[in-house]
Design a protein. Structure first.
Length: 106
């Protein structure tokens, strides 16, 4: 498991406890592409990321999306752009820009 560092702003819970005021596991968000590490092996599960208090609610609201799309929304310059972008993705079957063109899955 990676250390508790916010996936959006990179604040680290080990040195910035104010950014992670809740019990630590409450700052871990599981997205729709979550896959546990097989057989209890060590490692970072896909689709599980840490978020500071400033980004936690947005992450939870986007947890029905795959990780990469949720991070795109949360790193938008403004909240309004993020909400509009999320609607576009759902209406246009996952295409980030809403153009209707095929986009690579990455």
């Amino acid at each position: 498991m990676i250390p508790p560092i916010c996936a959006v702003c990179f604040r680290d819970a080990r040195s910035d406890r104010a950014a992670f005021p809740r019990p630590l596991l409450e700052h871990l968000v599981y997205f729709s592409d979550y896959e546990p590490v097989p057989g209890g092996m060590p490692g970072q599960p896909q689709g599980a990321l840490w978020f500071c208090v400033d980004h936690l609610e947005a992450a939870k609201a986007s947890s029905d999306l795959p990780t990469h799309r949720a991070l795109l929304l949360m790193s938008s310059p403004s909240r309004r752009t993020a909400v509009r972008g999320r609607r576009s993705m759902r209406q246009d079957k996952g295409r980030v820009d809403g153009s209707g063109e095929e986009r690579p899955a990455w």
